[in-house]
Design a protein around this ligand. Structure first.
Ligand SMILES: *Cc1c(COP(=O)(O)O)cnc(C)c1O
Length: 423
């Protein structure tokens, strides 16, 4: 019997990843060590419960592993409490909703069409089906969050929880304004830092930890780890309004959140993935990672500048983080067509709604680029100019197979010069 076709396909996918330019903002490449931990014998272990209080025997080793993951995450984000068990970002958010809200309760997030995430109240997601969502938006003129409207909507709608965070927003957040809006109505403030968590951990972006009651994140985007999620509570802090979170309250909240993850929304934790998270956090605590994440930002700013110089319109005019949203109206191409043409040239990205989009989510007027993955490949500012040229050529002539084939060759040769994988 020959090898299972699945392994042939994994090899094929590996080659695809090696050859192409990866611009999907939510993707990255993990290290060999992270890969090794994720593919380890820990996948065999059942460990329902938490370190020191499990429902299964034989958990001595995974207890140590999970505790190390928790301690490293605390150090990385300056958190007082961390739950590393959520299988994904969506699972982390589901647990927070379960912990903080009753079915039907109002929750306010950034509109999906304005950069928000499905789990922040979309009508096709549990968050919008089980709970009552209201939304804040970005300004049409400058693409930045309309803080006045956000505060006004909060005042009028009185949501029980406000969510700050997005999947396609290239600017930093004024967490203090969200805190003020939440305090005025006694709402819980949650930050979902899934995308910029790596930049936040290294102090490049504002820190939500001292303003928000609960912080969730994925571990596989800028953080460059295995796919997964986690939930954090900030340190006992004296917030700018003089309110100190009492120790007892923190303990109570952490117990409620733990219960909301298991048994509330999940069964057994993925200890192989938790071990890979622990490896990820150690890497992210290093100076090498700081150098990396600084370069991610430099590359994003270089790419956005180079695109603007080639006549592209970037929502909000640039970026403070690793991603940018491009309005393709003036290029006479839809997001769907651009994604497809770029794909043929081995440049991977995703079509994306832009704020106030006149097209459906299946067509869209925009595409989203991020630099986390290409920076892991070792690309620098001068390479961003090459990428902008590739994108410009493809978008100008998306049906021309000869042009797409020519760019594809150039893309493959650029990436061949930046080997990545040992695994
Ligand atoms: C990616 C993302 C998530 C969901 O993460 P999954 O691991 O895909 O479930 C949640 N919130 C935001 C803001 C995200 O960008």
């Amino acid at each position: 019997m020959g090898q299972d076709i699945i392994f042939d396909l994994i090899e094929k996918e590996k080659q695809r990843q090696i050859k192409g330019i990866e611009l999907i903002a939510s993707e990255n490449f993990v290290s060999e060590e992270v890969m090794k931990a994720a593919g380890s014998v820990l996948t065999n272990k059942y460990a329902e419960g938490y370190p020191g209080r499990r429902y299964y025997g034989g958990c001595e080793v995974v207890d140590e592993i999970e505790q190390i993951a928790i301690d490293r995450a605390k150090e990385l984000f300056g958190a007082e409490f961390v739950n590393v068990q959520p299988h994904s970002g969506a699972q982390a958010n589901a647990a927070v909703f379960l912990a903080c809200l009753n079915p039907g309760d109002k929750v306010m997030g950034l509109d999906l069409a304005h950069g928000g995430h499905l789990t922040h109240g979309s009508s096709v997601n549990f968050s919008g089906i089980t709970y009552s969502p209201v939304f804040y938006r970005v300004n049409k003129e400058d693409g930045r969050i309309n803080y006045e409207e956000m505060a006004e909507t909060a005042r009028k709608e009185k949501p029980k929880m406000i969510i700050v965070g997005a999947s396609a927003y290239s600017r930093d957040y004024d967490y203090k304004k969200f805190r003020e809006a939440a305090d005025e109505i006694g709402a819980i403030l949650m930050a979902d830092i899934s995308h910029p968590s790596g930049l936040i951990a290294k102090g490049i972006l504002n820190d939500p930890m001292s303003y928000c009651d609960i912080v969730t994140t994925t571990t596989h985007k800028t953080l460059r780890g295995t796919r997964g999620g986690m939930i954090m509570l900030g340190q006992d802090f004296e917030n700018p309004f003089g309110q100190k979170t009492p120790k007892g309250e923190l303990k109570m909240m952490s117990q409620i959140l733990d219960s909301a993850v298991f048994p509330g929304t999940q069964g057994g934790p993925l200890e192989h993935i938790i071990s890979a998270k622990a490896v990820t956090f150690k890497e992210a605590l290093s100076d090498e990672y700081l150098t990396y994440i600084v370069q991610v930002l430099k590359n994003a700013q270089a790419l956005s500048k180079a695109l603007i110089e080639r006549g592209f319109e970037i929502i909000s005019g640039g970026t403070d983080n690793h991603l940018m949203l491009i309005d393709l109206h003036n290029k006479n191409i839809t997001g769907k067509a651009a994604e497809k043409a770029l794909g043929k040239a081995d440049i991977t990205c995703n079509k994306n709604m832009i704020p106030y989009d006149d097209k459906s989510p299946f067509i869209t007027s925009g595409i989203r680029f991020g630099t986390a993955a290409v920076t892991t490949r070792g690309l620098k500012e001068e390479d961003m100019i090459k990428i902008a040229d590739f994108v410009n050529e493809v978008v100008a002539d998306p049906e021309n197979e000869a042009v797409l084939a020519k760019i594809k060759t150039e893309v493959n040769s650029l990436m061949n010069s930046r080997p990545l994988f040992q695994w």
